[in-house]
Every structure is written in C-alpha cells, then in structure tokens.
Design a protein around this ligand. Structure first.
Ligand code: SF4
Length: 217
C-alpha cells in the first residue's frame, strides 16, 4: 500500500529556521524526492536516495524526539501519498505540525490543523510557471506563503503578486527571504521599508548558526 510507507531522507531535532515559528524546537522529517529543480535549491541532497520506512515508524521516530513542533519537508513531501495520513496522525498526537511545500503540489487534502508554509516561486527560481494558483483558495489564517528572492526583479514580482492576488489577507504570514549569497538581505529590508510592504523579512537561521553547507541541523 502506497500510504503505508514513505521514503525518508532524514529525521532529526533542531530549531525551526524559518517562518513565524523560527527559533522554536522542532523535529524535522525530510522526505526524498522533488519534481521541481529551482535554480537556487539548497536541498538537492534530498532529490535521491533515502530509506523506505513504515509510516508508523516515521510517526514514532518524530514523536520520540519530543519537540512541540514537527515539520514535514523535503524535497516535496506531498509527492508521497503517505504524507497526507502522516500529517493527520502527527496532529492527532498533539504536535503543532508544519508542512513545507513547493507551491506546485496540491494542498487541498492536507489536514486543516496543519500549518502550511507554501512557496510561491519567483521567476529567478526558473520554476515560477509551476505555481499552482488554485492552492491559494486552500490557505487559511494559520498558513504562510514564502517568497525566496534572487534579485530586484523577483522582489517586484512578489510585490505585484501580493497586490494582484489579494495576499495581504495573510498579514504576518507573508514571508520574504533572499537566496543565500545572491541578494543582500539589507537591500530587501530597504525595499520593504520604502514600499511599506506588509511582509515578514526572514533569514535562514540554520545557515547563520551552522553555515550554508550544513545538513541535518
Ligand atoms: S521545490 Fe524545494 S526541494 Fe524542490 S527544487 Fe525547489 S527548492 Fe529544491
């Protein structure tokens, strides 16, 4: 049964590096595989390999890390059918559950208790044509949208998208971050101030703490 097992890249405890939950203890379940190839992807190691584990074992290992938050990430976790029941079971176990998803995968079947942190890919990713705009109808007040920006053109695309798609409704759930080493966060802050834009500027905490190449932290 496809829903009984998952191909897992790693399961570990750390602190959440992004989103409005940044800095909090979190168990990460990183699944193998992604159907996108963002130009600036920093988790290419999760494209292949991994270990097939029973869903009940993945659940048990995540719970055993004893963190208030559990994040399902990848790669793209929703490519694996067992992700949907696993998310539900993590919620049933009393965890605050986060899902990092690319914006291409359909989020309509995700348990409403899950906090979806969904990318909208800007042109600099070279995957912006893959954004599944119908997903926006499935985002609620507990969900967040993440824009990863490589340059000024990406910033202007984000600003226009927020305006034209009425995304202001997500308020502090609009996350704007920069591609590491490509766009200086100081420039992003200056643009956001100048435009009085209602986004949460964020940096990748784990890269600041452990460096840009670190994995499993
Ligand atoms: S969706 Fe995420 S994991 Fe997949 S290529 Fe893009 S950045 Fe990498």
């Amino acid at each position: 049964m496809k829903e009984d097992s998952l191909v897992v890249h790693e399961i570990y405890a750390s602190v959440q590096g992004e989103s409005s939950f940044a800095g909090l203890r979190c168990a990460f379940v990183r699944l193998t595989g992604c159907n996108l190839r963002c130009a600036w992807c920093d988790t290419e190691q999760a494209f292949h390999g991994g270990q097939r584990l029973a869903r009940r074992d993945v659940l048990a290992r995540a719970i055993a890390l004893d963190t208030p938050l559990v994040e399902l990430t990848g790669g793209e976790p929703l490519l694996q059918p067992a992700a949907i029941p696993l998310l539900r079971e993590l919620c049933d176990a009393g965890r605050t559950v986060l899902l990092e998803t690319s914006g291409e995968a359909d989020v309509s079947r995700v348990d409403p208790r899950v906090h979806k942190i969904m990318d909208l890919k800007a042109p600099g990713s070279r995957e912006h044509h893959r954004n599944r705009w119908s997903n926006l109808a499935h985002l609620g007040p507990g969900d967040e949208i993440k824009f990863v920006l490589a340059d000024r053109a990406d910033y202007e695309w984000m600003r226009a998208t927020i305006h034209h798609r009425g995304l202001d409704r997500l308020g502090p759930g609009l996350l704007a971050s920069t591609v590491w080493g490509a766009l200086d966060p100081k420039d992003l802050v200056a643009w956001v101030i100048e435009d009085r834009l209602g986004v949460r500027v964020q940096v990748q905490l784990h890269k600041i703490i452990w460096g840009s190449k670190a994995q499993g932290v």
